[in-house]
Design a protein around this ligand. Structure first.
Ligand SMILES: [Zn+2]
Length: 170
């Protein structure tokens, strides 16, 4: 009997459990908090966590991290080596001054997937993987046009196509 009562109390306690969100300061039921390994539940509520994650994804750092995450996924899918990190891509972005390595056009980390002027991590030699030295940043448009061609083959094709205005290359 006592055990059953205790169990009931435990269930009720759990049901009634709530905590004050450290971000928005509202008192919410514990189900509105994500589980966390540290002390059972997160200190900020799900709503605040989601907003925080969204804001983080919209920063340049967040976008670079996502680009690296996506290139790692592509590499895995194609069975290619992937050893570039967020720091490598950030360094390239700064060194290239946000300019496409092949077309000289400005690139944008605008968050629209596959937008023509969006940033893409292009492998210089498509036989090899995403390693430091074998990648540079190009626009999605250039990367798509380049396909599996080497940089030399690509430049030759653009020069021979008589339609360089497509690319604004020359
Ligand atoms: Zn909150």
């Amino acid at each position: 009997m006592i055990t059953t009562l205790n169990k009931l109390h435990a269930v009720n306690d759990n049901y009634a459990a709530s905590r004050c969100c450290s971000k928005c300061s509202s008192n919410k039921p514990i189900t509105e908090f994500y589980r966390s390994k540290r002390d059972g539940y997160d200190s900020s509520c799900k709503m605040c966590r989601k907003a925080q994650q969204k804001a983080r994804n919209q920063t340049l750092d967040g976008k670079i991290k996502r680009a690296v995450y996506n290139s790692a996924k592509r590499a895995k899918h194609k069975g290619l080596e992937h050893s570039i990190t967020y720091y490598d891509v950030k360094q390239m972005w700064n060194e290239q001054d946000s300019i496409c390595a092949l077309s000289g056009e400005p690139m944008l980390f605008d968050g629209i997937p596959y937008a023509d002027n969006g940033v893409s991590i292009d492998r210089k030699d498509s036989r090899y993987g995403y390693t430091k030295g074998n990648v540079h940043l190009t626009t999605n448009k250039v990367n798509k046009m380049k396909g599996n061609k080497s940089i030399e083959e690509f430049m030759e094709k653009v020069a021979n196509d008589n339609t360089p205005q497509q690319l604004n290359l020359f």
